[in-house]
Write a protein that binds this ligand. Structure first.
Ligand code: HAM
Length: 422
């Protein structure tokens, strides 16, 4: 057996305690913000049937074609997948548990997602999303609310340099007309297509428009535009969305090339983008997906949502110099002797009853070495207990920033400690 040191899977990160403090703070801010808009938490499994993602995200998408962690259940042969995103699972759960129809839902979820992408800065194989889904709302008012709520979060976090791009994809019929026209157009220019484009020509010609191949850019620029196919209703929806955003003085750019990498979208799509993260500049993205419920077996239902990449937002915050104080322990309990040891653990519990954060020294050692640990812990006070103090059911309180050590009864300890804590 090899005894080389084991490493985490490439693209999957450990989050160490100093950094985790920032995550905890961020998660709290985001939850408060979600609750202030009436969103309620939902938690889905990390593993779903592979067919769910194939049907929801689309067979001919990067995610389904090459990025899913899929495996066969060794016991029954079921094909399963680690979720690459949350929308499909959330809608599956809402449908399965009858949360849809005759009701609207504002839901959010948080957790890891898995995509087998090439890791780089801002792109990981396990990453975290806060996902937000509003089910049963048809109008542009909810699209606008979701966009405006994002803007509020950026303000709350003090994040600047994130700009908004929006587009409309119209409804199914328009996209089908557009699709047919694209196939005809690209067929006429077959000799200019690369291998990827040829493969997608009949299965997903829309994705050819996303190609970064410089040789194909002028061909793409002259391709039939979806905007020429859009229905009045979808256009009105898009106009109204823009009106609301303008009313709130929220700047945006209409990007007709914005099509998103998942197939379930219709009408509104949007992305929040920053220039500060290199190639992985999209920190939050989403849109309307009115066809998804039906696609996974339900009766039609309207829906819209978005998800934000936590690693990317935290990278921005860290770049802005956001650092949090390490989690503060209030008290370090130092003790020597058997009687003292027994009292020390009782005292630690009593102080915790009083909402104090307490580190009880474990592992023995001299008073001197224990005091060094107390110093390093960042505690505000040390509680020192020797057997003579323990005999008297008393302890000594030593302020770590200097000051007089005092002896107090166990009964008065919590009150004394609190006088040192701001
Ligand atoms: P998405 O655009 O695939 O949409 O992902 C949303 C966000 O997740 C991205 O903008 C990015 O910030 C983050 N993200 C995606 N992949 C990675 C990765 N490999 N590493 C780090 N961050 C990543 C969705 O997932 C849709 N479910 C959003 C949605 C919800 N649409 C409607 N409702």
């Amino acid at each position: 057996m090899s005894n080389e040191t084991l490493q985490a899977v490439r693209g999957m990160n450990d989050i160490l305690p100093d950094e985790a403090a920032l995550w905890l703070w961020f998660e709290e801010v985001v939850r408060d913000w979600l609750h202030s808009y009436g969103y309620r938490n939902i938690r889905m499994p990390l593993v779903e049937p592979t067919s769910l993602f194939k049907r929801a995200i689309g067979e001919v998408t990067d995610i389904v074609e090459k990025e899913m962690y899929s495996f066969e259940d060794a016991l029954n042969g079921d094909l399963l997948t680690l979720r690459p995103e949350g929308t499909a699972s959330c809608v599956r759960a809402a449908l399965q548990h009858n949360l849809l129809y005759n009701a609207t839902q504002r839901l959010y979820y948080y957790g890891p997602m898995f995509r087998h992408e090439r890791p780089q800065k801002g792109r990981y194989r396990q990453f975290h999303q806060f996902g937000v889904e509003a089910l049963g709302f048809a109008g542009p008012d909810i699209d606008a609310e979701q966009i405006l709520m994002c803007a509020r979060l950026w303000r709350k976090l003090g994040l600047k340099d994130i700009s908004l791009q929006i587009n409309t994809l119209g409804d199914t019929a328009a996209r089908q007309r557009h699709r047919s026209r694209l196939i005809v157009y690209f067929e006429q220019h077959r000799e200019l297509l690369d291998a990827d484009a040829l493969r997608r020509l009949h299965s997903n010609p829309l994705r050819i428009l996303d190609s970064k191949n410089p040789a194909m850019q002028s061909l793409i620029a002259a391709a039939p535009a979806l905007s020429d196919e859009l229905e009045t209703e979808a256009l009105r929806h898009f106009e109204e969305l823009q009106t609301i955003l303008r009313r709130h003085d929220l700047p945006f750019e209409i990007n007709p090339r914005l099509v998103r990498g998942l197939d379930y979208y219709n009408r509104t799509v949007f992305e929040w983008v920053t220039q500060r993260l290199g190639a992985q500049g999209t920190v939050c993205a989403g849109g309307r997906y009115d066809g998804l419920v039906e696609q996974i077996g339900g009766k039609p239902a309207t829906a819209t949502g978005f998800a934000m990449g936590v690693e990317r937002l935290l990278a921005l915050l860290q770049e802005d110099g956001m650092a949090l104080p390490k989690s503060q322990v209030n008290v370090y309990v130092v003790h020597q002797g058997e009687l003292a040891g027994r009292l020390a653990s009782q005292v630690a519990e009593l102080l915790r009853d009083d909402q104090l954060r307490v580190l009880l020294h474990c592992g023995g050692g001299s008073f001197k070495s224990q005091m060094k640990k107390a110093d390093a812990s960042g505690a505000t006070v040390a509680v020192v207990i020797g057997d003579d103090e323990a005999q008297a059911h008393e302890v000594s309180v030593k302020p770590m920033q200097g000051g007089v050590q005092q002896r107090v009864s166990v009964q008065n300890l919590a009150a004394t400690v609190k006088t040192f804590i701001k």
